[in-house]
Design a binder for this molecule. Structure first.
Ligand SMILES: O=C(O)CCC(=O)C(=O)O
Length: 276
């Protein structure tokens, strides 16, 4: 909405009752959905307010439950982690543990707002053609949100989401550099993602998580490139709604053609935009 309807932003402040007014992570976004639009079951890495303006939406909430919801395999593209289960017609032969999932559901009417916590599975179906708005936010200040994500009940889903992004980058030329400069990459990643300066204690936790996942006992010597800044660990965009790849996207070109700056950034603005 910042691009399309900046004149409406003043109507969508984060609510004052949020702890120290909260901190905007992303958005607000406007969703214009046709009746019966089925939004895949997924979780987002931010606290979220979903506000219904016109029409109704059915929302299913499954909470934090990695096992019963069958997330896409690590490395699937997309900013979110999606479930492989079609909640309207679950295939219990393929996904037997889905029968253990606990579903709370509601119908969101115009004028109503729903809080969806970070890393909470949710699936949304438009019951009418309508319009809604959502805002992704977190706790304000350094460390407040990220420390929460390293603790229960968030940590298991948070780890899965983070490793999914690590895996999204694995097949790219810049991955060796990313691994070799992991602490710097982690600091930059969370600054960009949640606008937080991450503590060194949490940098170590994130680095340990990745090293364990990659079966590394120590990090390789830092591979320094031409740029001043560390290589960027990119979130690779969703190509298909089931999280699979299958065709070459824009951001895959650096893999095939060679990254022009080997994944390093010379310019802090490029780092902020994630464009190198
Ligand atoms: O409204 C929708 O269709 C999806 C909303 C959603 O997934 C969200 O707010 O995170």
């Amino acid at each position: 909405m910042q691009q399309a309807f900046p004149e409406l932003l003043a109507d969508l402040p984060l609510p004052k009752y949020l702890n120290n007014y909260g901190k905007l992570h992303l958005g607000p976004y406007m969703w214009v959905a046709l009746k019966d639009h089925y939004e895949f079951c997924h979780f987002d890495p931010d606290d979220n307010f979903l506000i219904m303006l016109q029409g109704r939406k059915q929302v299913r909430l499954f909470g934090i439950d990695l096992e019963s919801l069958y997330p896409n395999p690590l490395g699937s593209h997309g900013k979110t982690v999606q479930s492989r289960v079609n909640c309207d017609q679950p295939d219990f032969k393929k996904f037997p543990k889905f029968s253990n999932a606990v579903c709370e559901h509601c119908i969101l009417e115009p004028g109503e707002m729903l809080f969806i916590p970070a890393f909470y599975w949710h699936q949304v179906t438009a019951l009418d053609t309508g319009i809604s708005v959502n805002t992704f936010y977190g706790d304000p200040g350094d460390e407040a949100f990220i420390s929460k994500m390293f603790s229960k009940p968030y940590s298991e889903h948070f780890h899965y989401w983070f490793l999914n992004i690590v895996e999204q980058n694995r097949e790219y030329e810049s991955f060796q550099k990313i691994v070799s400069r992991l602490p710097e990459v982690v600091r930059h990643f969370f600054l960009k993602q949640w606008h937080e300066q991450i503590s060194e204690e949490n940098v170590s936790k994130a680095v340990d998580l990745v090293m364990k996942h990659l079966n590394l006992t120590e990090l390789p010597e830092p591979i320094l490139g031409s740029g001043k800044f560390p290589p960027v660990m990119k979130i690779r965009g969703l190509l298909h709604r089931d999280g699979t790849k299958g065709k070459i996207a824009e951001d895959d070109k650096d893999k095939l053609n060679g990254d022009p700056n080997d994944g390093d950034c010379d310019n802090v603005n490029e780092v902020e935009k994630g464009s190198c």
